[in-house]
Design a protein around this ligand. Sequence first.
Ligand code: MOS
Length: 732
Amino acid sequence: MTAASKHISANNRGRVEGIAKVTGKATYSAEYQLPGLVYGVLVGSTITSGKITHLDVEGAKQAPGVVAVLSYWNKPNASGLDNLESRDKLPIHHKFFHTTQIDFNDQPIALVLAETIEDATHAATYVKATYDEAPFDIDFSSASKKAELKDAQNDRGSSSDWANAPYSVDEEYTISMEVHNPMEMHATIAHWESDDQLRLYDKTQGVNGVQENIGTIFGLDPTNIRVTSEYVGGGFGSGLLVWFNTVAAALAAKQLERPVKVVLTRPQMFTMVGYRPESWQRVKIGADETGKLLGIIHQSKHNTSQQHYFAEGITGIAHKVYGFKNVERNFAVFPLHLSAPTWMRGPGDSTGTFGVESAIDQLCYQLNADPVEIRLKNIAPYDMQTGNPWSSHYLNECLERGAKEIGWNQRPKQPRQLKNGEWYTGYGMAVGLWTAFRRNAGASIEMNRDGNLVVRTAMTDIGTGTGQAMVNMIHTFLGVPKNKIAIELGDSVHPRSVTQGGSWGLSSLSGAIDAASTALKKEIASYASKDNELWNASEVRLGETGVYSSENKKQTISYQQLFDSNALESINVEEYSNAGEEREKYGFCSSAAHFYKVRVHSLTGKVKVDRMVIVVDAGTVVNPQAAANQIIGAGVGGVGMALREKQDIDKSTGRLVANDFAGYHVAVNADVPIIEVSFINKPDPNINPMGAKGLGEVGLIGSAPAITNAIYNAIGKRFRHLPVTPDKIVTS
Ligand code: MOS
């Protein structure tokens, strides 16, 4: 086979790639060694809006080791960029050498290429641009006030029906701009193997998407571009799109006729690969005396960039979780002079859920009702958007189990009841829900003479444990011992598959693994039936030394015999699978209940999260260790969102105030307790052959409001702006 990626030993239990990762043997995109490699460093604009009138690159060109400096004035040719009409359709991060227009601070304006990374970094400091500056707008609150709300689609009922609801809450909520910051920096190595064959090693969540985007830019068929992304050090959504580093590396490699590597610096990770936009919401909800929710008005606003429109769908959640008969939603998206925002960690829904779950908590105190009871009473009885029944939905069990595990009944029902020294203790809860998607995915199996299997897919693994999940599924479908299964993934030479994101990776891939397993069993049955009694494909099982029949265990053929008598070298199958008409008949969702206990220090405003109990319904759990890891990671993201993460912009310059981990605070170990995760683990009967609904996002959604609800229970103060830093607590 053509794959360059190494076979992965499947002998360990936790993750097939675990040993390679912890011993440093795993090769990440920036680490491939290519002869003649040139190092590229991006230079960003120092203004926020305007035009470059002159670029002085002479100093940089004379610096040691410099090979070239690329910019608008000597841009390489690429048909997708040279044609005005097609170029206009591209987002800014695909065409930066092709404009002098500056629309955000640190927008890449040049690429300095040198023999070493040190030389390139040094030389980049000599690039000097002269600008014609223009006014800029980065002021969220004033732009947000001016932005007019538009009606969203698919609303129902009427807001006048519940205008006089006996209980209601009508409040505004805001969340700061947050930045993904995966551990691994975005990085690309580009190598033109011939005029029309491009090889890319790229940090991405989807190799096939990179093929298509880069294909458009160079006017090439996507299959002319091979993209490898075998190991990915986290994504959180930043790797869903193709950004500057990939395009820059490909353009420069073409120009220089040498392989080029471009790795973003940590500061560039804040301006060049997206972020969760700052947002405003208004949530109005009403209930009757029994606590039945009557209706919701959910409004939202967030920014996009000047040249790339992005809408994150904050109010979608208003439809999904509760059985509101009346739903009215409005939204506004307005441009600022900032880089492009994009999907990040439970995009849209985690933002919207902060508003909705905070409002419901407040309503419960008005009603003097148990927040768990109110939620149990109001869970959407079916998919309210389509009217279809839920295929499976166990949020009620998540709520019941979570309440029990944290000791919910013993909690103080009113704020400020539990005080120990200077610390107040409080309990809070919230729920999360995420549509369970399934998309077209492919997988192949190669079976060798010893009965060992190599299973391949183009899908990347961004740290979720996809490889081990593939091993577990193959073992389930075929019976083959796990030590006979090797995995190759994250390379576009393998069968085309989904981008890993949106919690749809495993759900989609399981269909392909099942289809490939079925195809392999058919092949084996026909070979086995040649010299033996007839084998049914459905009864084929794979053992240590041969195939056997699940119906009649005595019927066994050694692998050697099977391959010899059919003169086989290997058996190869490749299958693709997509969702079917079940999507028209059922609603699909994963859900989670978050039950947290926090302490708030009365003098300093410090918040300690003491317990986090997260109970998840994600259908079948294919790999319990990796699944728990995903939810733990999501919970850490929830603590960050609630208490830490925040990007400020300097109003006078349009620059980010923090572009490193000293200024931008992600949650660290000291901020997070041992997160207690459990799964309902009941298969969904319709979503895919494995019954797995997908997880990841749902562990974050609902996490932040569970924390702010617990803070309210502790000290009686309701926070509607994230993050809740100690200064807010002390001064509120
Ligand atoms: Mo994501 S925002 O599911 O990559």
